[in-house]
Design a protein around this ligand. Structure first.
Ligand code: HEM
Length: 189
């Protein structure tokens, strides 16, 4: 598999997938159509015939993390796919043109300097495992696809985490956000 294909992700909503949709919340802007299941497939962008919707993204380099922060993240974060992670959330996000017109240092000052996104996030590691995909340059409806996995007992902590982030200055630049809450399917798809 070549490198760019390996970094791709395709997330579909439809009749099949490892994750059962518990609820879809339109946090800001329009929701995604209701579907019974969601599938996250890395290394693929092939169309899925019976999907109601398909989102594409790519794993990319970090933009904002500084060395000390990365060392702390790497020391505590855990991988997706843990056996205890029976819950997940897909949160696609689009930021407004005002955000994209800012310079890199201005965005970093908002994201971490004033909003403490990374510091807040670190409070929830390793309970919450996460993956960020970029899609702004793919002509997609969202700029980012964020994916989180956690245990049943940490659902309340996850709600607390998203609640804190949504109060921040960074989130004033979010023009569309959908929260798709998921439970790992126990039977076949
Ligand atoms: C689990 C705790 C979390 C941690 C440790 C965390 C950490 C981070 C870090 C380090 C970055 C910057 C990556 C870079 O340098 O490019 C980032 C970006 C981002 N995170 Fe989080 N995060 C967490 C939770 C969340 C949640 C719950 C959401 C959504 C509700 C979210 C949405 C985003 C988005 C959209 C970006 C990209 C921002 C941009 O590039 O403008 N994060 N996160």
């Amino acid at each position: 598999m070549d490198e760019i294909v390996g970094r791709r992700v395709r997330i579909t909503g439809g009749p099949r997938g490892e994750w059962v949709v518990e609820r879809v919340l339109a946090v800001r802007g329009p929701a995604l159509p209701a579907v019974p299941r969601v599938e996250r497939r890395e290394g693929s962008s092939e169309p899925v015939a019976d999907a109601a919707w398909t989102l594409h993204g790519v794993r990319s380099n970090e933009r904002y993390v500084e060395r000390r922060e990365r060392d702390r993240l790497v020391a505590v974060q855990e991988e997706l796919g843990r056996a205890a992670s029976s819950c997940a959330a897909l949160i696609p996000i689009k930021k407004n043109s005002e955000w994209w017109q800012l310079a890199q240092d201005e965005r970093r000052a908002i994201l971490e300097g004033r909003s403490r996104h990374i510091a807040i996030g670190l409070d929830y590691l390793p309970a919450v495992a996460r993956r960020l995909y970029h899609c702004r340059d793919l002509g997609e409806p969202f700029d980012f696809l964020t994916w989180f996995e956690f245990a049943e007992g940490d659902r309340g902590r996850f709600d607390d985490l998203v609640g804190r982030l949504r109060e921040t200055e960074e989130w004033r630049y979010v023009e569309r956000e959908v929260e798709v809450r998921l439970l790992r399917a126990t039977g076949a798809t």
